[in-house]
Unconditional design. Structure first.
Length: 368
């Protein structure tokens, strides 16, 4: 009996040792893993931010600062300036203090990032269509940017981005914070000190070089739409449906920009027939994704003439219509249909599902 207990104990210890060694090997591999990337900061238009201190903590223990001056992007998720680009380890943690000028509030977020999700994207890469007739095969791309977004209410987002593609990897919540007085005293001769001054904070919000005058006017006397950027993250089960009177072939690409800051270039029929294109990169895939903010696409008419179009959706209308068609059922299948008229110089846009078809008449449509 004693011998059996000893044997069980020995097996358990060997198994535990194996797990420890495996974890150590994995951690060593992770620390050695390096990629060529840069950091950048994003925020919604009209809600400028500036990083007070901190940034992305790397697997090696070092960090990449997110401090780059006042940021006010044209669109949520669009990239700002970058101060550091090169081959280095990927981040494992976001630890940063930033100021939201619209709120005159400092926020602090200290959160672990999903390293395996980030590293998986960098390792795998993705494909983009070729525009070179001599080399029509798709290009293998690598992600090259880690984009950190800050929105009112302490919302912090992290995306991984490359040419024509940006994928959300996490949403984090900052908490309101006060800068200690002793630290304020030490910063009096530093650029960061200006962020603490109310008159400077006010000047940022009134500066047309930072916030365009039309955006200032549009936001005047309006409350900050807290929660809006989380609404953008809601995903629906939908796919594209194109109806061309003089062609049945979409060529080159469908480029989609989503309200949640993601973007992707999807393959049209022609490249799919010629090459092995992953299912997730095809324009006619049906899966859960955020609501589109704008799209561009191209097609070939029967006389072999290349045509293209672009559609910018009315935010209030498209969100309302998605909700109306799904009625809270996240599994409801929706089609976003673009119908080119027979003359080929205009298009109508429809959302179809749940036995209904609703026109998105407020969409801005351009055909080239």
């Amino acid at each position: 009996m004693i011998l059996k207990i000893k044997n069980y104990f020995l097996v358990a210890m060997l198994q535990l040792l194996s797990v420890v060694v495996s974890c150590q090997d994995k951690n060593k591999k992770t620390m050695k893993e390096e990629f060529d990337w840069k950091e950048t900061v994003s925020c919604p238009s009209g809600y400028p931010v500036d990083v007070f201190m901190g940034g992305l903590e790397l697997t090696t223990g070092g960090y990449t600062s997110l401090y780059s001056g006042v940021v006010d992007n044209a669109e949520w998720g669009s990239a700002g300036r970058s101060m550091s680009s090169g081959v280095k380890p990927l981040p494992k943690r976001l630890n940063v203090i930033w100021i939201s000028f619209a709120e005159k509030t400092f926020y602090h977020v200290d959160a672990e990032l999903d390293y395996e999700k980030i590293a998986g994207l960098f390792r795998k890469g993705y494909l983009t269509p070729s525009y070179n007739k001599e080399h029509p095969q798709p290009y293998k791309r690598t992600y090259e940017t880690i984009n950190v977004g800050f929105a009112p209410g302490g919302v912090a987002m992290v995306w991984v981005a490359g040419i024509g593609r940006q994928i959300e990897v996490g949403r984090y919540q900052g908490i309101k914070t006060e800068i200690p007085k002793e630290q304020v005293e030490k910063l009096k001769d530093e650029p960061e000190y200006s962020m603490l001054r109310p008159e400077y904070q006010e000047s940022i919000m009134k500066n047309p070089g930072i916030i365009p005058q039309e955006v200032q006017e549009a936001n005047k006397n309006k409350p900050i739409p807290y929660g809006l950027w989380d609404t953008y993250r809601k995903k629906y089960n939908w796919k594209f449906n194109f109806d061309f009177p003089n062609s049945n072939e979409i060529t080159n690409r469908v480029t989609c920009f989503y309200f949640n800051g993601e973007k992707e270039i999807l393959f049209g029929d022609k490249p799919i027939k010629l090459y092995q294109i992953p299912e997730e990169l095809r324009w006619n895939k049906s899966d859960k994704k955020a609501i589109p903010r704008k799209i561009s696409f191209s097609w070939i008419e029967k006389e072999n003439k290349l045509r293209s179009g672009a559609i910018t959706f009315n935010e209030a209308q498209i969100f309302k219509t998605f909700e109306e068609l799904t009625q809270g059922n996240k599994e409801e299948s929706i089609k976003l249909t673009i119908r080119i008229i027979h003359t080929g110089d205009d298009a109508s846009v429809w959302l179809e599902g749940n036995g209904k078809s609703i026109g998105l008449y407020k969409s801005e449509v351009k055909i080239f």
